[in-house]
Design a protein around this ligand. Structure first.
Ligand code: SF4
Length: 741
């Protein structure tokens, strides 16, 4: 029996997988340091999606009204290159945009940066990571002087107090949560604090659940700081040696006394004091956060306010402590390292820094000044560029923005007027392929060899175990071929992905994310490795996994900076016309827009349809019972879903999973309702909160056709694969525990 070492292509936990191609299945890789053999139901079933609804060959159409016709790769690349050249001549490089994904491997990311930012002179490369963790990137960079989570998963086993805020870890990072729970259960003195407006499966097992009002995270964090200062429970030596801005911070938090803060947050003042007491009494506090913090118009300030508490108490750079952002996607971290956001260059470099641009230009063999000094368009700015006629080519890779971006009606209108949209993906159809002119088939997990970095900075080589189906190609190979056809032969003469990786890691030498000692060969022979991993002469050296254990930070003065921003609250608070706050999120059995998980019957059956969670008090006021169809409206659109009356959400707040686009349910996409106002530093939209109103639908519209039948168009799903009509109650029992292996 042969097996191949690989990496789960879903979430940022980055679980190692052992693939058994002969048996068509996977199991957890016991040798992988990050998961030690554990997998959740998504990882365990990933093999089942490999041959469903694959995009097998290039297709083209002149207009969106026409059907696609099959074309050759040569014709596809010729058309693409001609459009690139036309846009460069008529609109300049700024008319070229690529929107990628945390699903891409680091090699894919790197070659795309070289093509767009280097050879074509357009910094308009952004990814769906913009929607996921760009606020964490901005927060780390502003507070510490560099991106990079300081912690590692071993800290989960060593903490005295896990402070989880804005993260439903049990459903979104299940293997990680299971590890934390083991530690929590085995050590009764260890505290688990969960801050979330909803009683999620994560919050349900907490010692303290703070169900704060949406948008009051900074109030809470400043309120805790206020108490710690009042109690003099701060690390004065660390403050003096390793931080700046403390006096201004103390002045800010003086405005958050306990009673006022608890009132704003909607929690008992005793609970606020208890949270602060846990911070005070714990030697090692580990904060975890994800999209509940990042997806906010003040996401950067929220994340920095978490970091503030660690600076105040010196809880950083030591076992079991630190501010730890969990990435959503399998290679969101690798994307950051390779420069995969519109303001970044490889090696945690900044577009705006002339020295950084010069270093990269030299490495790429390009003339000085080729890289534009201006950050490119971030995700939403690409939509605005389409609206204004400033984008002549939009190239979408391995992502599904027609479900995941906010204000979907506006996104559809913008894509509808795109002059030329390329969608490069492994699957067809997706909601986004409906808006493509050119389709390029891509190889996916298991069909290309490359690296990914998980949330704890561990780099894993994910080995191919089968060729791509049909005419599909690895993403980096497609980018390189386009580069060669544009005349950049030396820049894209890679014989294999290993050569791409070697060129990339050389560019990280001396940076915070130094991985210059890594290679495909080393990772294949010695297994996954955390960075930093330097090459010093001939000697390779791995280093301790925690950053900043010396108390020195990569800022000009070596000190971390306090954030001194006040809470601003929600961009769109509820009002008499839209009296509820809608928050969107994820379910254990699905991944993002269901491009894979929607095609796996077992996962479909776990969560067959989107349900709107509403508190019993609100349901009674509106006359809603579980199973009733309701129309949910915001200032941007309406959706129709069934209600689920549950105490898991707070009065005034309703919850909807974000996984269902038009392919899987009719008029149920949560992001039809959300707004695109974003954080001024990270440009991450406030997907987590918008104001809505709710109406019970009349009998005449209570039975829309089963929308998943749209998937039958592809001929791959069978009738028996379709979800049953019964409403599942997701929080009955413990689905997470049941499916963890
Ligand atoms: S926890 Fe995340 S990385 Fe691990 S198996 Fe599940 S989805 Fe995959």
């Amino acid at each position: 029996m042969t097996s191949t070492r690989s990496l789960c292509p879903y979430c940022g936990v980055g679980c190692g997988l052992e693939v058994l191609p002969d048996q068509g299945k996977v199991r957890g890789d016991r040798a992988h340091p990050s998961n030690q053999g554990m997998v959740c139901v998504k990882g365990a079933t990933v093999y089942e999606a490999l041959d469903r609804d694959r995009l097998l060959y290039p297709q083209f159409r002149e207009t969106l009204a026409q059907p696609f016709r099959r074309i050759s790769w040569d014709e596809a690349l010729t058309r693409l290159v001609e459009q690139v050249q036309t846009v460069r001549e008529t609109q300049g490089p700024a008319g070229l945009c690529m929107y990628g994904s945390g699903q891409l491997q680091t090699e894919d990311y790197y070659v795309a940066q070289k093509l767009l930012k280097g050879c074509l002179g357009s910094n308009n490369f952004d990814t769906n990571s913009r929607l996921c963790m760009s606020s964490a990137v901005a927060a780390y960079t502003q507070s510490f002087g560099s991106d990079g989570p300081p912690c590692c998963y071993a800290d989960l086993d060593e903490t005295d107090c896990a402070f989880l805020i804005g993260t439903n870890t049990a459903e979104c990072h299940p293997v990680l949560f299971n590890r934390l729970r083991r530690h929590h259960k085995a050590h009764p003195q260890v505290k688990l604090v969960v801050v979330d407006p909803r009683c999620t499966p994560t919050a349900a097992v907490a010692d303290l659940h703070l169900a704060i009002r949406p948008g009051t995270d900074i109030d809470l964090l400043h309120g805790i700081a206020h108490l710690l200062l009042a109690w003099e429970s701060v690390d004065r030596a660390f403050l003096a040696s390793s931080t700046t801005g403390f006096d201004a911070f103390r002045e800010v938090v003086s405005h958050y006394p306990p009673e006022t803060t608890a009132g704003r947050c909607g929690i008992p003042v005793d609970d606020l004091r208890r949270a602060a007491t846990y911070w005070r009494d714990s030697h090692r506090v580990l904060s975890l956060w994800s999209m509940g913090i990042n997806q906010s118009a003040e996401g950067t300030a929220k994340a920095r306010s978490i970091i503030n508490l660690h600076l105040l108490t010196g809880q950083i750079g030591k076992p079991g402590a630190g501010p730890f952002s969990l990435t959503g996607q399998p290679n969101a971290m690798g994307g950051r390292e390779a420069g995969g956001l519109s303001h970044l260059l490889p090696g945690y470099r900044q577009i705006a820094n002339p020295e950084h641009r010069a270093e990269v230009e030299q490495h790429w063999g390009l003339p000085a000044g080729r890289i534009s000094p201006h950050p490119g368009r971030h995700a939403w700015a690409m939509i605005e560029g389409l609206e204004q006629g400033e984008v002549g080519l939009l190239w979408i890779v391995a992502t599904n923005p027609l479900v995941s971006l906010p204000d979907l009606n506006r996104v559809q209108r913008a894509l509808g007027q795109s002059p030329f949209t390329v969608v490069q993906d492994a699957y067809f159809p997706t909601e986004t392929t409906d808006f493509a002119h050119l389709l390029l088939p891509a190889g996916q997990w298991g069909e290309k060899t490359g690296t990914m970095t998980n949330s704890e900075r561990v780099v894993t080589l994910s080995q191919a175990f089968r060729p791509p189906p049909g005419e599909a190609r690895a993403d980096w190979e497609i980018f390189a071929e386009v580069g060669r056809r544009l005349g950049y032969l030396p820049q894209f003469a890679y014989p294999a992905a290993a050569a791409v990786f070697a060129e990339f890691v050389a560019l990280t030498a001396g940076r915070t994310c130094d991985m210059s000692g890594l290679s495909h060969g080393l990772l294949a022979n010695q297994g996954p490795q955390p960075w930093p991993y330097r090459s010093i002469g001939k000697r390779l050296s791995g280093e301790p996994q925690r950053l900043y254990s010396t108390g020195r930070f990569p800022t000009p003065d070596g000190k971390a900076r306090f954030c001194t921003r006040h809470s601003r609250g929600l961009v769109e608070p509820p009002d008499p016309s839209y009296p509820f706050v809608l928050t969107v999120g994820r379910l254990y059995g699905h991944w993002h827009t269901q491009t894979r998980t929607g095609r796996i019957p077992k996962l479909q059956q776990m969560s067959p349809k989107p349900l709107l969670d509403i508190h019993p008090r609100d349901a009674q006021t509106l006359g809603i019972a579980t199973g009733d169809w309701v129309e949910v409206s915001s200032r941007r659109g309406q959706i129709r879903v069934q209600a689920h009356v549950t105490q898991s959400t707070s009065p005034g707040t309703v919850f909807l999973p974000m996984h269902w686009g038009a392919l899987w349910a009719e008029a149920a996409a949560g992001n039809t309702l959300t707004h695109p106002v974003s954080d001024p530093d990270s440009h991450q939209p406030e997907l987590k909160a918008c104001a809505v109103t709710i109406e019970v639908l009349s009998a005449a519209v209570q039975s829309p056709q089963c929308p998943s039948r749209a998937a039958l168009r592809t001929g791959d799903l069978q009738e028996s694969d379709l979800p049953s009509a019964s409403v599942t109650r997701r929080f009955q029992g413990s689905p997470v525990a049941k499916h963890l292996r």
